[in-house]
Design a binder for this molecule. Structure first.
Ligand code: AMP
Ligand code: GLY
Length: 428
């Protein structure tokens, strides 16, 4: 089969890497890909938002199956365009992608289908939002969460511990900091607990959770510094005990499935549920309609089944026939980033040690990397996801950092504490 993967991040690299292991994969294209993806796929110079060009490419080149990595092309309707043109694609259509594309749409869906989540109110203008914030802090809440409604590349959420910072954020949303995404805001109750990422395949009739994982969103050790796209991940996430997973299945995943049926939403792809495991059980922080990055690096390194087979069954509505098997070994992904990320950073520095990291047993997935004069240089904020398994979480962490320590470029940095919550649970 010929496969096209759309996107250019670490997520797309690990998907190409895993799909290539399938006996049915003859050829893998990635549009646009990156310097690391070029090792496992043929990179095609079409961007993820060029929907018609992508469909033309798939038709001309006889692509049998397309996997869409990022949320933006899903929200823009890539799967709708492909389906209209008779092409098979993994992912929800544009209406269902609103579960990620609009926080308000997602919240209404959760409330309508009794999926546990934070209480929230939505606002389309500044003054009532400010009155609401003041009233909440006056009644004694410790914090509230303000969310720009639309896609904001992970930057549209602010957890506020006082009214003035919440108001500043609301004002910046309505002043256009996030473009159209900020023309509506959601103000939520603040939840407390430990977060986990639940990925689940959905074919409209069946929902199958993948191995659990946990992200590290803050830039620096001990969860300090600004939020990022994710600085590292591990799988499984021990915070999701069997009991918590059972609750997630019954109260979130099963209700999600009923919800998309009742609402007549087309969804054949992956649902990513950001969960807060609170004292009162798991509650949904957000839905995303694509694989989490870097979570998927850790999760895919543990998948023993044929990913292509499972994805095809998802799109064909035969997910009930899929069998997933997992390695018992934990996996850890450490993200190496450009100095300054998530703020400004310099690009174009040569990356050394990639081959050494690989011989140390780690797999290095590329995100913001590019070729320059035949060498690989950093070209984005998050640059590499160095991923390894181990017999225990300690060993997996050690193996991933051994890979990290082999790699260098000017000003690179990473967190040194990926997996600390899993370690703490083991010691308790
Ligand atoms: P979201 O994009 O909605 O997942 O929000 C990004 C991050 O903000 C989450 O991963 C949480 O760390 C935090 N967050 C979002 N909603 C809440 C909430 N209701 N309570 C506490 N933290 C939240
Ligand atoms: N790692 C979080 C995300 O992919 O949104």
């Amino acid at each position: 089969m010929k496969i096209l993967v759309v996107g250019n991040g670490g997520r797309e690299h690990v998907l190409c890497w895993k799909l290539k292991q399938s006996r049915h994969a003859d050829k893998i294209y990635c549009a646009p890909g990156n310097a690391g993806i070029a090792d496992v796929a043929e990179c095609v110079a079409i961007n993820a938002d060029e929907l018609d060009k992508l469909a033309d490419f798939a038709l001309v080149n006889g692509v049998d199956f397309t996997v869409v990595g990022p949320e933006a092309p899903l929200c823009a309707g890539l799967v709708d365009v492909f389906n209209q043109r008779g092409l098979k694609a993994f992912g929800p259509d544009s209406m269902s992608a609103q579960l990620e594309g609009s926080k308000d749409f997602a919240k209404q869906f959760m409330l309508r289908h009794r999926i546990p989540t934070a209480a929230a109110a939505s606002f389309s203008s500044v003054a009532p939002a400010i009155s609401y914030i003041k009233a909440e802090f006056d009644r004694g809440v410790k914090g509230i969460v303000v969310k720009a409604d639309g896609l904001a590349a992970g930057k549209g959420v602010f957890v506020a511990e006082n009214a003035s910072s919440a108001i500043d954020f609301v004002e910046s949303c309505f002043a256009g900091t996030f473009g159209h995404a900020g023309s509506k805001v959601l103000i939520e109750e603040c939840l407390y607990g430990e977060e986990a990422s639940i990925l689940a395949l959905v074919d409209g009739k069946t929902i199958v959770p993948l191995a659990t994982s946990q992200d590290h969103k803050r830039a620096f050790d001990n969860d300090r510094g600004p939020n990022t796209g994710g600085m590292g991940a591990y799988s499984p996430a021990p915070v999701v005990s069997d009991k918590v997973m059972q609750q997630i299945k019954e109260e979130v995943l099963d209700r999600f499935l009923v919800g998309i049926k009742e609402d007549k939403l087309y969804f054949r792809g992956v649902l990513f549920v950001g969960v807060m495991v609170t004292e009162n059980g798991p509650k949904v922080l957000e839905f995303n309609v694509r694989f989490g990055d870097p979570e998927v690096q850790a999760v895919m390194c543990r998948l023993e089944s044929d990913l292509l087979d499972v994805m095809l069954k998802t799109v064909d509505g035969r997910l009930n026939e899929a069998e997933l098997s997992w390695s018992d070994e934990p996996a850890v992904c450490v993200v190496m980033a450009s100095g300054g990320y998530p703020g400004n950073y310099e690009k174009g520095y040569e990356i050394s040690g990639l081959a050494d990291a690989a011989t140390n047993g780690a797999v290095v997935f590329h995100a913001g990397s590019a070729f320059k004069n035949g060498r690989i240089v950093n070209s984005g904020g998050r640059v590499l996801g160095v991923t390894a398994r181990g017999g225990t979480i300690q060993q997996a962490i050690a193996n991933a950092y051994r890979g990290v320590d082999a790699i260098h470029w000017q000003n690179c940095f990473c967190r040194r504490d990926i997996g600390f919550r899993a370690l703490a649970r083991e010691h308790n």
